[in-house]
Design a protein around this ligand. Structure first.
Ligand code: NAD
Ligand code: UDP
Length: 330
Protein backbone atom coordinates (compact mmCIF):
# COMPACT_ATOMS: atom_id res chain seq x y z
CA UNK A 1 0.00 0.00 0.00
CA UNK A 2 1.43 3.35 -1.07
CA UNK A 3 0.60 6.44 0.98
CA UNK A 4 1.01 9.98 -0.34
CA UNK A 5 2.10 12.27 2.49
CA UNK A 6 1.81 15.97 1.69
CA UNK A 7 4.08 18.09 3.87
CA UNK A 8 5.94 14.91 4.86
CA UNK A 9 9.22 16.79 5.49
CA UNK A 10 7.56 18.96 8.15
CA UNK A 11 7.38 18.51 11.90
CA UNK A 12 4.36 16.21 12.27
CA UNK A 13 4.59 14.75 8.77
CA UNK A 14 8.16 13.47 9.23
CA UNK A 15 7.25 11.60 12.42
CA UNK A 16 4.25 10.05 10.70
CA UNK A 17 6.37 8.99 7.72
CA UNK A 18 8.64 7.09 10.13
CA UNK A 19 5.65 5.24 11.56
CA UNK A 20 4.29 4.44 8.08
CA UNK A 21 7.65 3.04 6.94
CA UNK A 22 8.10 1.06 10.16
CA UNK A 23 4.67 -0.41 9.50
CA UNK A 24 5.85 -1.70 6.12
CA UNK A 25 3.96 0.84 4.00
CA UNK A 26 5.42 2.58 0.98
CA UNK A 27 5.59 6.36 1.23
CA UNK A 28 5.57 9.12 -1.37
CA UNK A 29 6.21 12.62 -0.01
CA UNK A 30 5.27 15.83 -1.76
CA UNK A 31 6.66 18.94 -0.07
CA UNK A 32 7.86 22.27 -1.47
CA UNK A 33 10.22 22.71 1.53
CA UNK A 34 8.79 26.15 2.30
CA UNK A 35 8.98 25.30 6.01
CA UNK A 36 11.26 22.26 6.13
CA UNK A 37 14.58 20.93 4.93
CA UNK A 38 15.56 18.21 2.50
CA UNK A 39 17.92 16.59 5.05
CA UNK A 40 14.83 15.28 6.87
CA UNK A 41 14.74 12.57 4.18
CA UNK A 42 18.21 11.34 5.21
CA UNK A 43 17.18 11.36 8.84
CA UNK A 44 14.06 9.34 8.09
CA UNK A 45 16.28 6.83 6.29
CA UNK A 46 18.69 6.71 9.23
CA UNK A 47 15.85 5.94 11.65
CA UNK A 48 13.95 3.44 9.53
CA UNK A 49 16.58 2.07 7.13
CA UNK A 50 14.04 2.74 4.39
CA UNK A 51 13.71 5.26 1.56
CA UNK A 52 10.76 7.30 0.47
CA UNK A 53 9.97 8.68 -2.96
CA UNK A 54 10.23 12.46 -2.77
CA UNK A 55 8.78 15.17 -5.00
CA UNK A 56 9.79 18.76 -4.30
CA UNK A 57 6.59 20.17 -5.72
CA UNK A 58 4.09 22.77 -4.62
CA UNK A 59 0.51 21.48 -4.22
CA UNK A 60 -0.63 24.65 -5.95
CA UNK A 61 1.08 23.42 -9.14
CA UNK A 62 -1.70 21.23 -10.47
CA UNK A 63 0.25 19.83 -13.43
CA UNK A 64 3.07 18.57 -11.23
CA UNK A 65 0.70 17.21 -8.62
CA UNK A 66 -1.25 15.37 -11.31
CA UNK A 67 1.99 13.82 -12.55
CA UNK A 68 2.54 12.22 -9.13
CA UNK A 69 -0.90 10.60 -9.17
CA UNK A 70 -0.30 9.46 -12.76
CA UNK A 71 3.02 7.83 -11.90
CA UNK A 72 2.44 6.40 -8.44
CA UNK A 73 -0.37 4.07 -7.47
CA UNK A 74 -1.55 5.96 -4.43
CA UNK A 75 -3.96 4.17 -2.05
CA UNK A 76 -4.47 6.93 0.51
CA UNK A 77 -3.38 10.48 1.29
CA UNK A 78 -2.30 12.05 4.57
CA UNK A 79 -2.52 15.79 4.06
CA UNK A 80 -0.22 17.83 6.32
CA UNK A 81 0.97 20.46 3.83
CA UNK A 82 -0.05 23.97 4.70
CA UNK A 83 1.14 27.24 6.15
CA UNK A 84 0.53 27.35 9.90
CA UNK A 85 1.71 30.57 11.56
CA UNK A 86 -1.27 32.35 13.11
CA UNK A 87 0.34 35.82 13.29
CA UNK A 88 1.67 35.62 9.74
CA UNK A 89 -1.77 34.61 8.50
CA UNK A 90 -3.14 37.91 9.84
CA UNK A 91 -0.45 39.89 7.94
CA UNK A 92 -0.63 37.97 4.66
CA UNK A 93 -4.09 36.36 4.61
CA UNK A 94 -4.29 35.93 0.83
CA UNK A 95 -1.11 33.83 0.83
CA UNK A 96 -2.69 31.59 3.47
CA UNK A 97 -5.97 31.23 1.59
CA UNK A 98 -4.13 30.63 -1.67
CA UNK A 99 -1.67 28.09 -0.32
CA UNK A 100 -3.91 26.13 2.04
CA UNK A 101 -7.12 26.18 0.00
CA UNK A 102 -5.73 25.92 -3.55
CA UNK A 103 -3.31 23.20 -2.45
CA UNK A 104 -6.11 21.20 -0.87
CA UNK A 105 -8.55 21.64 -3.74
CA UNK A 106 -5.89 20.55 -6.25
CA UNK A 107 -5.19 17.51 -4.11
CA UNK A 108 -8.86 16.56 -3.87
CA UNK A 109 -9.34 17.05 -7.63
CA UNK A 110 -6.44 14.67 -8.29
CA UNK A 111 -7.83 12.17 -5.81
CA UNK A 112 -11.19 12.29 -7.55
CA UNK A 113 -9.59 11.93 -10.99
CA UNK A 114 -7.40 8.97 -10.00
CA UNK A 115 -10.05 7.36 -7.79
CA UNK A 116 -8.10 7.68 -4.55
CA UNK A 117 -10.79 7.91 -1.89
CA UNK A 118 -9.09 7.89 1.50
CA UNK A 119 -7.73 11.09 3.05
CA UNK A 120 -6.63 12.09 6.52
CA UNK A 121 -6.57 15.85 7.05
CA UNK A 122 -4.64 17.92 9.63
CA UNK A 123 -7.14 20.22 11.26
CA UNK A 124 -6.69 22.06 14.52
CA UNK A 125 -8.34 22.83 17.85
CA UNK A 126 -8.33 26.43 16.65
CA UNK A 127 -11.63 25.67 14.84
CA UNK A 128 -13.37 25.63 18.25
CA UNK A 129 -12.66 29.34 18.80
CA UNK A 130 -13.24 30.22 22.46
CA UNK A 131 -15.12 27.19 23.84
CA UNK A 132 -17.91 27.84 26.37
CA UNK A 133 -17.17 24.67 28.34
CA UNK A 134 -14.35 22.14 28.72
CA UNK A 135 -13.29 19.54 27.74
CA UNK A 136 -13.94 20.23 24.06
CA UNK A 137 -15.98 17.65 22.19
CA UNK A 138 -16.07 17.23 18.42
CA UNK A 139 -19.67 18.47 18.18
CA UNK A 140 -18.96 21.84 19.85
CA UNK A 141 -19.76 24.98 17.82
CA UNK A 142 -17.04 26.06 15.40
CA UNK A 143 -15.61 29.54 14.84
CA UNK A 144 -12.25 31.07 14.10
CA UNK A 145 -10.36 34.22 15.01
CA UNK A 146 -7.63 34.38 12.34
CA UNK A 147 -7.12 33.53 8.64
CA UNK A 148 -5.07 30.40 9.44
CA UNK A 149 -7.93 28.98 11.51
CA UNK A 150 -10.39 29.99 8.83
CA UNK A 151 -8.46 28.00 6.21
CA UNK A 152 -8.78 24.93 8.47
CA UNK A 153 -12.51 25.46 8.92
CA UNK A 154 -13.01 26.10 5.20
CA UNK A 155 -11.13 22.91 4.32
CA UNK A 156 -13.28 20.97 6.78
CA UNK A 157 -16.36 22.39 5.00
CA UNK A 158 -14.93 21.48 1.59
CA UNK A 159 -14.33 17.92 2.80
CA UNK A 160 -17.86 17.67 4.19
CA UNK A 161 -19.33 18.93 0.89
CA UNK A 162 -17.17 16.51 -1.06
CA UNK A 163 -18.35 13.61 1.07
CA UNK A 164 -21.95 14.75 0.68
CA UNK A 165 -21.53 14.62 -3.10
CA UNK A 166 -19.71 11.27 -3.12
CA UNK A 167 -19.93 9.10 -0.04
CA UNK A 168 -17.43 6.60 -1.36
CA UNK A 169 -14.82 9.04 -0.01
CA UNK A 170 -13.32 7.97 3.31
CA UNK A 171 -12.31 11.09 5.21
CA UNK A 172 -10.76 11.54 8.65
CA UNK A 173 -10.49 15.09 9.95
CA UNK A 174 -8.06 15.11 12.87
CA UNK A 175 -8.20 18.16 15.12
CA UNK A 176 -4.83 18.43 16.80
CA UNK A 177 -4.42 20.16 20.13
CA UNK A 178 -0.84 21.35 20.92
CA UNK A 179 1.83 19.03 19.50
CA UNK A 180 5.26 19.26 21.14
CA UNK A 181 8.11 16.79 21.75
CA UNK A 182 10.36 15.15 19.19
CA UNK A 183 11.55 11.78 17.92
CA UNK A 184 13.43 9.71 20.52
CA UNK A 185 16.45 9.47 18.18
CA UNK A 186 16.95 13.23 18.45
CA UNK A 187 16.94 13.40 14.65
CA UNK A 188 13.44 14.76 14.01
CA UNK A 189 11.70 17.60 15.78
CA UNK A 190 10.78 21.25 15.60
CA UNK A 191 13.21 24.15 15.70
CA UNK A 192 11.73 27.10 13.82
CA UNK A 193 13.98 29.82 12.43
CA UNK A 194 13.83 33.23 14.10
CA UNK A 195 11.57 34.01 17.00
CA UNK A 196 9.08 31.19 17.60
CA UNK A 197 5.37 31.90 18.03
CA UNK A 198 4.62 28.79 20.03
CA UNK A 199 5.47 28.18 23.64
CA UNK A 200 7.66 25.04 23.59
CA UNK A 201 9.99 26.18 20.76
CA UNK A 202 10.35 29.47 22.64
CA UNK A 203 11.18 27.76 25.95
CA UNK A 204 13.82 25.66 24.17
CA UNK A 205 15.41 28.74 22.61
CA UNK A 206 15.68 30.33 26.06
CA UNK A 207 17.12 27.09 27.47
CA UNK A 208 19.80 27.00 24.76
CA UNK A 209 20.66 30.69 25.26
CA UNK A 210 19.39 31.76 21.81
CA UNK A 211 16.78 34.04 23.36
CA UNK A 212 17.21 35.88 26.67
CA UNK A 213 13.81 35.56 28.29
CA UNK A 214 10.46 33.83 27.94
CA UNK A 215 7.59 36.29 27.91
CA UNK A 216 4.57 34.73 29.59
CA UNK A 217 1.52 36.22 27.92
CA UNK A 218 -0.80 37.00 30.81
CA UNK A 219 -1.15 35.73 34.38
CA UNK A 220 -4.72 36.90 34.92
CA UNK A 221 -6.59 34.15 33.09
CA UNK A 222 -9.26 32.15 34.89
CA UNK A 223 -6.96 29.15 35.31
CA UNK A 224 -5.14 27.29 38.04
CA UNK A 225 -2.29 29.86 38.26
CA UNK A 226 -3.55 32.62 35.95
CA UNK A 227 -1.51 31.53 32.91
CA UNK A 228 -3.04 30.04 29.76
CA UNK A 229 -3.94 26.36 29.75
CA UNK A 230 -3.49 24.09 26.72
CA UNK A 231 -3.56 20.38 25.91
CA UNK A 232 0.02 19.43 24.95
CA UNK A 233 0.37 16.15 23.07
CA UNK A 234 3.59 14.33 22.15
CA UNK A 235 4.17 14.41 18.39
CA UNK A 236 4.75 10.63 18.52
CA UNK A 237 1.26 10.13 19.96
CA UNK A 238 -0.15 12.39 17.27
CA UNK A 239 1.60 10.36 14.62
CA UNK A 240 0.19 7.19 16.18
CA UNK A 241 -3.29 8.73 15.87
CA UNK A 242 -2.74 8.97 12.10
CA UNK A 243 -1.77 5.30 11.92
CA UNK A 244 -4.98 4.38 13.72
CA UNK A 245 -7.06 6.62 11.46
CA UNK A 246 -5.43 5.07 8.40
CA UNK A 247 -6.28 1.56 9.58
CA UNK A 248 -9.76 2.40 10.82
CA UNK A 249 -12.19 -0.03 9.25
CA UNK A 250 -15.15 2.30 9.76
CA UNK A 251 -15.48 4.34 6.60
CA UNK A 252 -17.27 7.64 6.05
CA UNK A 253 -16.50 11.14 7.23
CA UNK A 254 -15.08 11.09 10.74
CA UNK A 255 -13.85 13.89 12.95
CA UNK A 256 -11.59 13.22 15.93
CA UNK A 257 -9.86 15.35 18.52
CA UNK A 258 -6.27 14.32 19.11
CA UNK A 259 -5.05 15.55 22.47
CA UNK A 260 -4.34 14.06 25.88
CA UNK A 261 -7.47 15.40 27.59
CA UNK A 262 -5.29 17.14 30.19
CA UNK A 263 -4.82 20.87 30.52
CA UNK A 264 -1.40 22.28 31.44
CA UNK A 265 -0.70 25.94 32.26
CA UNK A 266 2.26 27.88 30.89
CA UNK A 267 3.87 27.94 34.33
CA UNK A 268 3.29 24.21 34.83
CA UNK A 269 4.95 23.46 31.50
CA UNK A 270 7.92 25.72 32.24
CA UNK A 271 8.37 24.18 35.69
CA UNK A 272 8.24 20.66 34.27
CA UNK A 273 10.79 21.63 31.59
CA UNK A 274 13.13 23.10 34.20
CA UNK A 275 12.83 20.07 36.48
CA UNK A 276 13.35 17.27 33.96
CA UNK A 277 16.07 19.06 31.99
CA UNK A 278 17.76 20.64 35.02
CA UNK A 279 17.89 24.09 33.41
CA UNK A 280 16.62 27.45 34.52
CA UNK A 281 14.27 29.33 32.20
CA UNK A 282 14.51 33.07 32.57
CA UNK A 283 10.92 34.33 32.39
CA UNK A 284 8.75 37.37 32.91
CA UNK A 285 5.03 37.99 32.95
CA UNK A 286 3.87 40.37 30.24
CA UNK A 287 0.45 41.36 28.90
CA UNK A 288 -1.93 38.97 27.19
CA UNK A 289 -1.37 38.06 23.53
CA UNK A 290 -4.27 39.23 21.38
CA UNK A 291 -6.69 36.49 20.46
CA UNK A 292 -5.52 34.04 23.17
CA UNK A 293 -8.09 32.12 25.18
CA UNK A 294 -7.96 31.09 28.85
CA UNK A 295 -8.02 27.36 28.47
CA UNK A 296 -8.39 24.65 25.88
CA UNK A 297 -8.25 20.87 26.27
CA UNK A 298 -9.78 17.98 24.46
CA UNK A 299 -12.27 15.31 25.17
CA UNK A 300 -10.55 12.36 23.51
CA UNK A 301 -13.23 9.80 24.26
CA UNK A 302 -14.41 9.54 20.64
CA UNK A 303 -10.90 8.80 19.31
CA UNK A 304 -10.40 6.36 22.18
CA UNK A 305 -13.69 4.56 21.55
CA UNK A 306 -13.59 4.43 17.75
CA UNK A 307 -9.85 4.33 17.00
CA UNK A 308 -8.46 2.83 20.21
CA UNK A 309 -6.41 6.01 20.62
CA UNK A 310 -4.55 6.37 23.92
CA UNK A 311 -1.56 8.61 24.54
CA UNK A 312 1.61 6.82 25.58
CA UNK A 313 3.84 9.76 26.46
CA UNK A 314 3.83 12.10 29.45
CA UNK A 315 4.55 15.79 29.81
CA UNK A 316 8.00 14.78 31.15
CA UNK A 317 8.71 12.93 27.88
CA UNK A 318 7.56 15.93 25.85
CA UNK A 319 9.90 18.29 27.74
CA UNK A 320 12.87 15.90 27.60
CA UNK A 321 12.44 15.09 23.91
CA UNK A 322 11.90 18.70 22.77
CA UNK A 323 15.12 19.79 24.47
CA UNK A 324 17.06 16.71 23.38
CA UNK A 325 16.24 17.40 19.72
CA UNK A 326 17.41 20.99 19.80
CA UNK A 327 20.58 20.16 21.78
CA UNK A 328 21.37 17.47 19.20
CA UNK A 329 20.88 19.79 16.25
CA UNK A 330 22.74 22.91 17.28
P1 NAD B 1 5.24 22.15 9.19
O1 NAD B 1 5.29 23.54 8.67
O2 NAD B 1 6.41 21.65 9.94
O3 NAD B 1 4.93 21.12 8.00
C1 NAD B 1 4.13 21.47 6.90
C2 NAD B 1 4.90 21.08 5.64
O4 NAD B 1 4.11 21.42 4.50
C3 NAD B 1 6.24 21.79 5.50
O5 NAD B 1 7.26 20.84 5.28
C4 NAD B 1 6.05 22.70 4.28
O6 NAD B 1 7.26 22.84 3.56
C5 NAD B 1 4.98 21.97 3.51
N1 NAD B 1 4.12 22.82 2.65
C6 NAD B 1 3.45 23.94 2.99
N2 NAD B 1 2.76 24.39 1.93
C7 NAD B 1 3.00 23.55 0.89
C8 NAD B 1 2.57 23.48 -0.46
N3 NAD B 1 1.78 24.40 -0.99
N4 NAD B 1 3.01 22.45 -1.23
C9 NAD B 1 3.84 21.50 -0.72
N5 NAD B 1 4.27 21.52 0.55
C10 NAD B 1 3.86 22.53 1.35
O7 NAD B 1 3.91 22.04 10.08
P2 NAD B 1 3.46 20.90 11.09
O8 NAD B 1 3.57 21.46 12.47
O9 NAD B 1 4.10 19.61 10.77
O10 NAD B 1 1.91 20.85 10.76
C11 NAD B 1 1.38 19.94 9.82
C12 NAD B 1 -0.09 20.26 9.61
O11 NAD B 1 -0.76 20.19 10.89
C13 NAD B 1 -0.35 21.66 9.07
O12 NAD B 1 -1.42 21.60 8.15
C14 NAD B 1 -0.75 22.45 10.31
O13 NAD B 1 -1.59 23.53 9.99
C15 NAD B 1 -1.47 21.38 11.11
N6 NAD B 1 -1.49 21.67 12.56
C16 NAD B 1 -0.28 21.90 13.19
C17 NAD B 1 -0.29 22.20 14.55
C18 NAD B 1 1.02 22.51 15.26
O14 NAD B 1 0.97 23.11 16.34
N7 NAD B 1 2.16 22.11 14.75
C19 NAD B 1 -1.50 22.23 15.27
C20 NAD B 1 -2.68 21.96 14.59
C21 NAD B 1 -2.65 21.67 13.23
N1 UDP C 1 2.68 31.58 25.35
C1 UDP C 1 3.47 32.39 26.16
N2 UDP C 1 4.65 32.86 25.64
C2 UDP C 1 5.07 32.55 24.38
C3 UDP C 1 4.26 31.72 23.58
C4 UDP C 1 3.07 31.26 24.10
O1 UDP C 1 3.12 32.68 27.30
O2 UDP C 1 6.15 33.03 23.99
C5 UDP C 1 1.42 31.04 25.90
C6 UDP C 1 0.17 31.41 25.12
O3 UDP C 1 -0.35 32.63 25.60
C7 UDP C 1 -0.73 30.21 25.41
C8 UDP C 1 0.23 29.04 25.55
O4 UDP C 1 1.51 29.63 25.83
O5 UDP C 1 -1.40 30.37 26.65
C9 UDP C 1 0.36 28.18 24.28
O6 UDP C 1 0.66 29.03 23.18
P1 UDP C 1 1.00 28.44 21.74
O7 UDP C 1 1.21 29.61 20.84
O8 UDP C 1 2.10 27.45 21.87
O9 UDP C 1 -0.31 27.62 21.36
P2 UDP C 1 -1.81 28.15 21.05
O10 UDP C 1 -2.02 29.41 21.80
O11 UDP C 1 -1.85 28.34 19.58
O12 UDP C 1 -2.70 27.05 21.52
Amino acid sequence: MKILVTGGCGYIGSHTVVDLLNDGLEVVIVDNLVNSKRDVLEKIKKITGKCVTFYEYDLCDMEKLDSIFKKESISAVIHFAGLKAVGESVSIPLKYYQNNLTGTINLLLCMQKYNVKKIIFSSSATVYGNPKTLPIKEDFPLSTTNPYGTTKLMIETILKDLYQSDNSFDIAILRYFNPIGAHKSGLLGEDPNGIPNNLMPYIVKVATGKLPVLNIFGADYKTVDGTGVRDYIHVLDLSYGHMLALKNKKTGLKIYNLGTGKGTSVLELVTMFETVNKVKINKKIVGRREGDIDACYASCSLAERELGFKCRYTLEDMCLDSYNYVKNNN
